[in-house]
Structures are given as structure tokens and as C-alpha cells.
Design a protein around this ligand. Structure first.
Ligand SMILES: *Cc1c(COP(=O)(O)O)cnc(C)c1O
Length: 343
């Protein structure tokens, strides 16, 4: 299992916890996150799972042990950079199997694999596929069998033993737990399942995993905001779609100091009895029957993957780790609360 730390922007403590939990290595989508991990002293194998930018191949070779690739020109760039650095960079070829995001079409895999084998500075470490990201194509047993067959074909065509055949992401877990045979697939790249404990396809909790590892703490900045009729509030018809409840509700309207710039508001789960009225760049307006909330109160919200990922990347959301004495603290030097804290 390769743990994917991109949703926490390569947060070193989270990555270490993943490794402590048994991950064989880490995978990252962005080089900036890999830099953060390396600067924090993380030395495990790190694989770049988004195909590298041609402009960053030197850093990729320096910081990552391997990368997923789909473009011959990028592989050539990596190879040249590796030769300059006296290294051999491991290449995974990503195969397109229906999700229609990145990948090489299966018919071309053998010939591109051969090309990698013939290029000094790089070596073919494995192949991988990705599912349920762009088009929601699920990784079925049939797809996994097809990937196994492709691994065998590539070996037949261009020689090397493929050390790793990576079947996909958290969406593959259902298959992995239920499979009678896993064939050649000996790796999954898991992020969401580890961080949030949910199956991304069904949304169900994965047995035994905690779902509350991350909490978004937000501060109330206005209460009893004026009751506004829907017809008056939605001057722009396009805006109507972000209203999840009508403004005829009798609930108190409360404004929280968080907005699109900080998270994916649609991915926040509200406390019981609270509903999202709308979100702007910097405000989240909710309706609630909780009469105890006042200006300065903190609300603790759970996040889905997209809300978590945006919150972790937002400059105004402070990340605090529970039980981490060296980490940033939830209160600053004069004891006042920070507006936002991801605990
Ligand atoms: C993000 C990503 C993953 C991890 O996906 P999760 O759903 O978080 O498990 C795996 N592989 C690739 C290529 C990715 O981009």
C-alpha cells in the first residue's frame, strides 16, 4: 500500500503516521508537497503520481524515487535529468482504462514500455491505472483482470519483470477486500480511505476506521442576520443554485468566517439542525436552531475529501495537531483564539 498525502499537502506528521501505519511509501501529486516532506526529513520512497511538468523534471529526479508518466517527451526529460544527476529514475506507465483522465491507451503500452527500457537514465518499474476520478468508472474485477493481462503483455513485449502493478486508489478497496484473486496487482495508492475512513464510491464508513480524524473549527462573526426573503436575496439567478434551503426558514441565520477561499463549503457536514444557506468567498451563512451560538463561538465541522484538501491548502486555515507539542498551537501568544484551526 502506497499512502497518498496530497489531501493534506504533504503534511509531514500525517505522512509519518501513514508510514507508521504500514504504508510501504508515499505518493504525492505535487512537487511542492514532496519538497515539504523531504525538508521535514522524510526519507521513504516518494512517487509522483501526477505526470511531471516538463519544466520540473530536474527536481522530480532529485526528490522522487519514481513518477507516473504518460508522455514520451517527459520521460525523455526525466532521463536526461537523471543522467546529469548520476541516477536512474523509476518510471511507472499510467494506463487509461476508462476513467478518461490521464493514461496511455493499452495498445500503445508495450511500445512505450520498450522505449523506456531503451532509454538510459530511466527504468520501467511498473504500470498503474486510476479509476473513479474524472468519469466515475469503478474498478471492477474485470478491469483488474484486464490490468493483470496488460502487465503480462508488457512483460512479454519488452522484457523486464514489472515490480509493481498499481490497481488504483481508495475506490479499489471494495474490490481488494472482496477479491478471490488479486492477479498481478500488488499495490494500491490510498488517500481518502486512510484520512477520512470512507469508501469514496459508496460514501460508507470503512469498517474499523475513524471518520473524525480531521475537524474544521470555524468562528461565528454575526448572529441574527436579518431575515431576507428569497426573492430579494437572489438577484442573480445563477446564484440560486448555491442555496440549499429557502430563506423562508425560521431558523436563525449565522455567519461563519470561512468561505470558498478556505474550503469546499458543499463538502462540510453541518451540526444537527443546521443547514447551509449560502457561501461567498469569505462567508458561510447557515441556518440553525442552536440558540447558544453567539459572536465568537466556535463551530466544529466535519469535512469530505474536497473540503479537507482545500482547507489544508488555504493560507488562513491554521493546522493544529492534537498531541503535537512542537506544532503550531491553537492559541497564539496572548491567548486569543485564531479564527480557524484544523485540529
Ligand atoms: C489522488 C490520487 C490517488 C489517491 O486517491 P484517493 O481517492 O485519495 O485514495 C491515487 N492515484 C492517483 C493517480 C491520484 O491522483
Amino acid at each position: 500500500m502506497t499512502a497518498v498525502s496530497k489531501a493534506v499537502c504533504g503534511h509531514p506528521a500525517v505522512a509519518r503516521a501513514m508510514l507508521g501505519g504500514g504504508a510501504a511509501g508515499l505518493a504525492e501529486a505535487r512537487l511542492s508537497n514532496v519538497k515539504r516532506l523531504r525538508q521535514a526529513g522524510v526519507t521513504c520512497p516518494i512517487t509522483l503520481i501526477r505526470t511531471p511538468m516538463l519544466s520540473e523534471v530536474g527536481d522530480v529526479v532529485q526528490l522522487c524515487d519514481a513518477s507516473y508518466n504518460t508522455e514520451i517527451s517527459v520521460i525523455a526529460g526525466l532521463a536526461a535529468a537523471a543522467l546529469l544527476q548520476n541516477k536512474v529514475h523509476d518510471i511507472f506507465l499510467m494506463v487509461e482504462m476508462g476513467d478518461r483522465r490521464e493514461g496511455i491507451v493499452p495498445q500503445e503500452l508495450g511500445h512505450i514500455g520498450q522505449h523506456v527500457m531503451d532509454t538510459p537514465g530511466v527504468t520501467l518499474k511498473g504500470i498503474g491505472a486510476n479509476f473513479a476520478c474524472l468519469s466515475g468508472i469503478a474498478p471492477t474485477a474485470a478491469k483488474m483482470q484486464a490490468l493483470t493481462a496488460l502487465a503480462n503483455d508488457v512483460e512479454g513485449q519488452c522484457g523486464p519483470f514489472l515490480q509493481t502493478v498499481s490497481g488504483g486508489n481508495s475506490a479499489n478497496l471494495d474490490w481488494a477486500f472482496g477479491a478471490r484473486t488479486t492477479g498481478r496487482i500488488n499495490d494500491l495508492r490510498l488517500g481518502e480511505a486512510i484520512l477520512l475512513g470512507v469508501d469514496p464510491i459508496s460514501g460508507d464508513q470503512i469498517g474499523g476506521l475513524m471518520q473524525g480524524a480531521f475537524t474544521l473549527v470555524v468562528e461565528v462573526i454575526e448572529v441574527d442576520a436579518k431575515y431576507v426573503r428569497r426573492s430579494e436575496s437572489c438577484t442573480d439567478p445563477k446564484m440560486a443554485r448555491i442555496r440549499h434551503i429557502t430563506d423562508t426558514s425560521e431558523a436563525r441565520r449565522i455567519i461563519l468566517a470561512i468561505g470558498h477561499q478556505d474550503t469546499d463549503a458543499a463538502g462540510l457536514s453541518m451540526p444537527v439542525g443546521a443547514t447551509v444557506c449560502g457561501t461567498t468567498s469569505d462567508h458561510l451563512i447557515i441556518g440553525t436552531e442552536d440558540t447558544a451560538l453567539c459572536v465568537g463561538s466556535e463551530l466544529r465541522l466535519q469535512m469530505n475529501y474536497s473540503a479537507l484538501m482545500r482547507a489544508m491548502a488555504a493560507p488562513d486555515v491554521q493546522t493544529s495537531l492534537r498531541h503535537d507539542r512542537q506544532g503550531p498551537r491553537a492559541h497564539d501568544a496572548n491567548g486569543s483564539n485564531k479564527h480557524l484551526a484544523l485540529v
